[in-house]
Write a protein that binds this ligand. Structure first.
Ligand code: ATP
Length: 315
């Protein structure tokens, strides 16, 4: 599934020679000089991401923001292993990501559930197939394992605010918000330390979106997984994350890909607090971040840290 290559952390040995060592376990995701180019007609190519390097620590809640087409989903898919970078490498928990990586949970905007399976089966399928192949299911241990997994699935459903009777329903019998709750539960069933979410709430109405934002913050506060959450919505990003990364292009030339335009901690969220929705300071911060999204990287307006203090409120 994953190659044994470790992220190269360079240290000097006793003779002073610089050698590569495995990265510390605390580094959950290491994006090492990653670029992504897609071919265009007439042997030309378009650079989407240009030499991106990031260290994401275990337990960080990173929100990835940027204008449409700047490469947010591409970066997420590379962390998941769905796409290979043109150059550079991605490491999860110190190991290179070479193909779709079961160590990372993934929640897309929609359609992540199997339509022909019940909610319960959608939740239990991942753990069951990852532990037991078809023939392995004849083994004596499978029945008790399955019982445990079903119990855990029912617990996750309840945690996500769904009723026990929803377990027997099919995805088309649920609202969009309920389906996304199941999708989050499905990802959490795998007990991955890394959760990748791509515009996971953007197809929902504002009230459902606010309720899922609160739910996700609860999940993060409880078990502190490493989350990378892609969104278009600056207010959502500031509300959810402990760290904000903005990708932006400096030019629309095909050879210019997006780079990290802003990488900043969100101190209010670290303490379980979030930002005020409508306060002027919050709006100023939204404005500040959005200027970076548009590629205005020379704006060195000082950021008043008090702008990110506030009480919990959904956006
Ligand atoms: N497989 C592909 N082949 C060619 N071009 C692609 C491919 N995948 C993505 N692109 C292009 O790469 C660019 C970045 O796409 P990506 O979906 O990563 O951006 P994004 O920031 O997530 O956009 P959005 O916010 O609109 O979802 C886009 O111009 C897109 O057309």
């Amino acid at each position: 599934m994953v190659s044994g290559v470790s992220a190269p952390v360079k240290v000097a040995n006793e003779t002073g020679t610089v050698v590569a060592m495995p990265s510390p376990a605390a580094t959950s995701i290491h994006v090492d000089g990653v670029s992504m180019c897609y071919p265009l007609a007439k042997k030309k190519q378009r650079t989407v991401l240009e030499n991106i390097s990031l260290e994401i620590e275990d337990g960080e809640f990173v929100v990835l923001l940027g204008e449409t087409g700047c490469g947010k989903s591409t970066l997420l898919r590379m962390i998941l292993g769905q796409e290979r970078p043109t150059s550079g490498k991605v490491y999860v928990s110190g190991k290179a990501v070479e193909r779709v990586d079961a160590r990372s949970g993934y929640v897309p905007q929609k359609y992540s559930l199997f339509p022909d399976r019940t909610v319960l089966d959608n939740l239990t399928m991942g753990p069951e197939t990852s532990k037991y192949h078809i023939l392995g299911r004849l083994m004596p241990g499978f029945r008790s394992f399955r019982k445990q997994v079903r119990k855990e699935a029912m617990r996750q459903l309840e945690h996500m605010g769904l009723r026990p009777t929803d377990a027997g329903k099919y995805p088309h019998q649920l609202s969009g918000g309920m389906q996304q709750r199941v999708a989050i539960a499905q990802a959490l069933m795998m007990k991955n330390r890394v959760l990748l979410m791509d515009e996971a709430f953007s197809a929902l109405d504002p009230a459902t979106r606010a309720s899922l934002q609160r739910l996700l913050k609860t999940v993060w506060n409880e078990s502190k997984p490493t989350i990378v959450f892609v969104t278009h919505n600056t207010a959502e990003a500031l509300y959810l994350g402990t760290r904000l990364i903005v990708l932006a292009r400096s030019s629309h030339e095909d050879h210019c890909g997006s780079k990290v335009a802003l990488d900043m901690k969100l101190p209010g969220n670290e303490a379980g607090m979030s930002l005020k929705k409508n306060g002027q300071e919050f709006l100023d911060l939204v404005d500040y971040v959005e200027r970076f999204s548009r590629g205005n990287r020379h704006d060195d307006q000082a950021l008043d840290e008090s702008a990110v203090d506030g009480e919990e409120e959904a956006v």
